[in-house]
Design a protein around this ligand. Sequence first.
Ligand code: IMP
Length: 172
Amino acid sequence: MLGSVVVSSEEIDGMIRRLASEIEADLEGRSPVFIGVLKGCVFFLTDLTRRIRHSLEIDFIQVSSYGASTTSSGSVVLVKDITVDVRDRDVYLVEDIVDTGTTLTDVIRLIEARHPRSIQVVSLLSKPSRRQVDVEIAFLGTEIEDLFVVGYGLDYAELYRNVPEIHVLETP
Ligand code: IMP
């Protein structure tokens, strides 16, 4: 069940405004493709890109991990691939949260194989204390503690994604 609010709707909105202006400043002269990592990215990607006044393309990728605690780099299965040709394009990879960093590392590897000009990570949340693989986050909303959080796209067993703010998940 939902516990206390970790990031309010107002805070999310403020972060998105800041990130959109940081990214806009970075977009000068670029040919950007925003690739969302499904499903957690959906609300973040749509709210973020609506605030960016620059021509851009949007695509999605979905991966699933082989499973829980044994997850390590190279362990993801591609569930849905991108359809845009990213060769020589500037990719902004949009994630909801970076936890251990393994998912993102694998997704970056999959996209790098298609020879983009650049790849930069945009993430709403990061749990640095959980990191196992070093990942550079070029544009970050905020760091959080080692808590399992849900809402604003983040799920527990596919539930709570539609909750407008981010809560800690409490087990009854
Ligand atoms: P990583 O590979 O450990 O960095 O995990 C990244 C993925 O795990 C995220 O894209 C989320 O789908 C999921 N995840 C990690 N932490 C949380 C959390 O606190 N709440 C919900 N999902 C999470």
